[in-house]
Design a protein around this ligand. Structure first.
Ligand code: SAM
Length: 245
């Protein structure tokens, strides 16, 4: 690799993306889908975490930013910037790990579902949803991936989850835990129950209780009754998870 002069900004990733990078297996070839400025693949290659990388982007602006960033750092021999939708930018078997970060959980699950013909099942999937991680856990379970690790962190007042999955026993992570709650909040995160986790789900509980109260005061149509039953169930589940009896 050519020697490059790197500024602090280029070496220093957000705590969120740094956590994603920690899950990249040593020396892996990675694909970072929805790479935007390609900060994650640049960081991973510069720090010798990944041996090579593909930065995938669907949108013109971010695709150009990724290309410029990779060229600026003289990393073109190690990072291939490709424009396309989701996993269509990779060949089957081309990468050891796939990172998809900074999007909603449903979009990440959609990208995986529509590109699943590109997966051998042996890639490590490192997924960082900003919201609705449940859609990713459900997709992983449906497709038979083992959830192997999870992290939750707070940065600039926002909570982020990072999920790592690979081939293995899809049930193992959920053993000894309510399956429904595990899917919603994450089995590893629920067992660890750190301060960020407790804060996130306490806020969610308070929000759900508020909606429940508002609907309780409205006219009791069939639709509202059903909604109230759903909310009551969710409140019980969240109380169980947080440990507020
Ligand atoms: N991954 C970076 C991060 O975590 O900081 C960038 C996140 S940015 C909010 C989401 C990026 O994903 C955007 O640049 C968007 O163009 C891209 N994107 C959205 N859907 C995509 C898809 N189906 N395939 C590839 N890129 C996509």
């Amino acid at each position: 690799m050519r020697k490059v002069v790197i500024t602090m900004n280029e070496m220093k990733l957000s705590k969120r993306l740094q956590t994603v990078a920690e899950y990249i297996p040593d020396g892996a070839v990675i694909a970072d889908i929805g790479s935007d400025h390609a900060y994650l693949p640049c960081y991973a290659v510069l720090n010798h975490i990944a041996s090579r990388a593909i930065a995938g982007e669907i949108t013109d602006g971010p695709f150009l930013s990724a290309k410029q960033q990779v060229e600026k750092l003289n990393l073109s021999s190690h990072i291939s910037v490709r424009q396309g939708d989701g996993l269509e930018v990779i060949q089957k078997g081309e990468v050891d790990a796939i990172t998809i970060a900074g999007m909603g959980g449903s979009l990440i699950a959609h990208i995986l579902e529509s590109g699943k013909d590109k997966l051998t099942g042996k890639e490590r999937l490192i997924l960082q949803p900003n919201i609705h991680a449940i859609h990713i856990r459900e997709w992983l379970y449906k497709e038979g991936y083992a959830l192997v690790s999870e992290m939750i962190l707070e940065e600039d007042g926002k909570c982020y989850e990072v999920l790592a999955a690979e081939a293995g026993d899809k049930d193992a992570a959920y053993e000894g835990f309510s399956f429904e709650a595990g899917m919603l909040v994450g089995p590893f995160l629920a067992k660890e129950k750190n301060a960020v986790f407790t804060k996130k789900w306490t806020q969610e509980l308070e929000h759900t209780e508020k909606i429940h109260e508002q609907i309780s005061r409205a006219a009791q149509s069939g639709h509202n009754k059903q909604k109230l039953a759903e909310l009551t169930k969710r409140i019980e589940l969240l109380k169980e998870v947080i440990g507020h009896g």
